[in-house]
Design a protein around this ligand. Structure first.
Ligand code: IDP
Length: 139
């Protein structure tokens, strides 16, 4: 995947709370073009693979249970400087510390149920995008 793309998920809490439309609007207003998108659900096993880097962290079980607990929206987003600009748009991991106007400040419930995922590097954006999408599903 190119360096002008990042990967996101609207997490199960935000989907259950009815925020898909609001979050997609914020993403579009933030200047991102949707290159790929799907409404889907991941299994506990898939969540464990996706979040393998956090395997040793105390919240790994909670995180993978949560991410497999309900449907998500997965998407690949395109914009110059996509990874860094999207991390700025979503705000800090803990919504209590996120800046006003950020997606997590507006829509997240807690540190674990924090509404959205955003890749933290070009390399991870590429790996995470390929986890969810075939080349023929990216436009
Ligand atoms: P990020 O999503 O802002 O990049 P990471 O540190 O990579 O944050 O953590 C991945 C995800 O794991 C977070 O988005 C959040 O859902 C969850 N998480 C992180 N820290 C905690 C914690 O201390 N307790 C529970 N869940 C956490």
């Amino acid at each position: 995947m190119r360096s002008d793309r990042t990967f996101t998920m609207i997490k199960p809490d935000a989907v259950a709370n009815g925020y898909i439309g609001d979050i997609l609007a914020a993403i579009t207003k933030g200047g991102f073009r949707i290159a790929a998108m799907k409404y889907t659900k991941i299994s506990k096993e898939q969540a464990e693979v996706f979040y393998e880097v956090h395997k040793e962290r105390p919240f790994y079980g909670e995180l993978t249970d949560f991410m497999s607990s309900g449907p998500i929206v997965a998407a690949i987003l395109e914009k110059e400087n996509a990874v860094a600009d999207f991390r700025k748009l979503i705000g800090a991991t803990n919504p209590a510390e996120a800046e006003e106007g950020t997606i997590r400040k507006q829509f997240a419930e807690s540190m674990s149920k924090n509404a959205v995922h955003g890749s933290d590097s070009d390399e991870n954006a590429c790996i995470e995008g390929a986890f969810h999408f075939a080349g023929t599903e990216m436009f």
